[in-house]
Design a protein around this ligand. Sequence first.
Ligand SMILES: CC(C)(COP(=O)(O)OP(=O)(O)OC[C@H]1O[C@@H](n2cnc3c(N)ncnc32)[C@H](O)[C@@H]1OP(=O)(O)O)[C@@H](O)C(=O)NCCC(=O)NCCS
Length: 176
Amino acid sequence: MAVMQKIRNIFLDAEFAEVEIPAPAAPTSYSLSTLTEKNLREVLSLNLRCFYQGENYTKLTFKHLLTEPNILSYQIITAERQMVGFIFIAVHNDKIGHITTIGVAPEHRNRGLAKLLLQHAEKALKTRGFDSVVLEVRVSNYIAQNLYHQLDYNIIQKLENYYTNKEDAYLMSKSL
Ligand SMILES: CC(C)(COP(=O)(O)OP(=O)(O)OC[C@H]1O[C@@H](n2cnc3c(N)ncnc32)[C@H](O)[C@@H]1OP(=O)(O)O)[C@@H](O)C(=O)NCCC(=O)NCCS
């Protein structure tokens, strides 16, 4: 099934290619920890499974994010030591944190892992004295918008042609 989908995606325009929809993973336990440069390969492969072609960050971008001191980053790993979630937060501005990307492995979704990553990031920002947190989300990404609304993020602006394919973004914000 996954192979057929991959073959189909080769012939489809990248914008319409589908992300895999695997069966849910077997129940397991999860733990959260800080990311380091050593996690680059795993972050890259999880990123490819979370975002459509053209939306993904490059290896160079992740290398930068993992080594830049003004970026906080966390992962969720399973009891079997598999990385199944990540989040990166820029802390360049000393009052406003900026969530740059978040992703959860398809087979581990709908288990509260993104919520856990966001709540951990917010706590980390709060203890560092940050007032608020912002993020951008595609206007078409209803799942992520639901997640952010549920955690009390509000849309504060529409950013026209924000993404490389010209899709608009919502700028969302939350007071900490
Ligand atoms: C968006 C994403 C990170 C959510 O991860 P997740 O671990 O499945 O999310 P959670 O289980 O923590 O869900 C939290 C809330 O998100 C919303 N949500 C999650 N999956 C949803 C779905 N399939 N449909 C509608 N809302 C959904 C719900 O409000 C949910 O709360 P609920 O379970 O009480 O209803 C994940 O779908 C993903 O990696 N998507 C691809 C990458 C991406 O779009 N990242 C965001 C870029 S801005």
